[in-house]
Design a protein around this ligand. Structure first.
Ligand code: TA6
Length: 311
């Protein structure tokens, strides 16, 4: 089973503008739509679309729980979010300009998680997870879910010998690397942040991380990604597509990659699947949708080159 953990989920409010975004004027919206928000939920959506069983977990605010669960159900995401009384799940506002002129995201900080509910989540994984499972922890942390809470979660999972994937950033990502997990997906900025204390380029950082982390995928936006796995370096060039909304593309990559990788640990197939699904995703206007049939066709356009990983 694959579990995804979104500690700080969101409801994405998609605002489609009539014209490009301008300051000091009324920017009129042509339409507004809603999508599920939060990196782990997007990962679950991708896994479900690819027919891979998974369960989306995390915390959700009581006050807008109905709306949150309605969007999860519309997306056919199996879920088990722990309800936080008297809180509400945050919104991320995604502003989408017409004619593919780009998107702007504004996201709220998130709710406060009581200690008792944090412990409920830890207890769930202590009870449920086995060495055959994959667990993805993705997205930002709620305001009072501290780094020590994250460490407890990761240490508990390490004790289960499951495959731990982390799509985290900032200090949370540093802790995950220090503890040693199986998969991370830093972007170029996060790569250099991870080894701030040492000299060296993003490339040097990638090599060093590859000594500690089973599978590192350095995402480079439309340039594609570089993966280090089992002493090899895979350069992945994404298919060229017409971008409408890149929100959630990285999340889609991670979900689709893990869906494929967890089947037979075939790194090349997993990288191609992740890249093709993310390429399909950016062609659609919401934060998560992609077409698996279209992604299948795009796989042949993913360019993959392999070489030995020299330190
Ligand atoms: O990556 C897309 C997305 O998950 C959006 O759905 C939006 O909710 C935002 O990112 C949340 O980001 P965060 O890093 O706060 O989890």
């Amino acid at each position: 089973m694959i579990y995804t953990i979104t500690l700080n989920p969101a409801i994405d409010r998609l605002v489609f503008l009539e014209k490009h975004l301008s300051k000091r004027k009324t920017n009129r919206a042509a339409k507004v739509a809603y999508d599920i928000g939060g990196k782990g939920t997007h990962g679950s959506y991708a896994m479900s679309r690819l027919g891979v069983p998974n369960l989306a977990l995390g915390f959700a605010g009581e006050k807008n729980l109905e709306k949150f669960e309605q969007v999860l159900e519309q997306k056919n995401i199996s879920h088990l979010f722990l309800k936080i009384p008297n809180e509400q799940t945050r919104e991320s506002i995604v502003i989408i300009e017409p004619n593919n002129q780009g998107t702007t995201m504004l996201t709220e900080p998130g709710f406060l998680v009581p200690e008792s509910i944090k412990n409920e989540l830890l207890a769930y994984f202590e009870e449920q997870v086995t060495a055959e499972d994959v667990v993805l922890i993705a997205g930002s942390l709620p305001e009072n879910f501290n780094l020590s809470d994250l460490e407890k979660l990761i240490i508990g999972l390490k004790g289960k010998n499951c495959f731990i994937a982390c799509d985290l950033s900032g200090e949370a990502l540093v802790r995950a690397v220090d503890l040693g997990v199986d998969f991370i997906k830093p972007n170029e900025f996060e790569l250099t942040e991870l080894l701030l204390s040492e000299e060296g380029s993003a490339d040097y950082a990638l090599n060093q991380l590859a000594q500690k982390i089973t599978c590192v995928v350095a995402s480079r936006g439309e340039l594609g990604s570089i993966c280090c796995y089992e002493g090899k370096r895979y350069q992945v060039k994404a298919p060229k597509v017409n971008e409408v909304n890149d929100t959630g593309a990285g999340d889609c990559f991670v979900g689709a990659f893990l869906a494929a990788f967890s089947k037979d640990w075939d790194i090349e197939a997993a990288l191609k699947t992740g890249s093709a699904c993310a390429a399909s995703k950016v062609q659609y206007e919401d934060s998560s949708y992609f077409d698996p049939v279209e992604a299948e066709q795009l796989m042949s356009q993913v360019e993959l080159t392999v070489c030995q990983n020299t330190i």
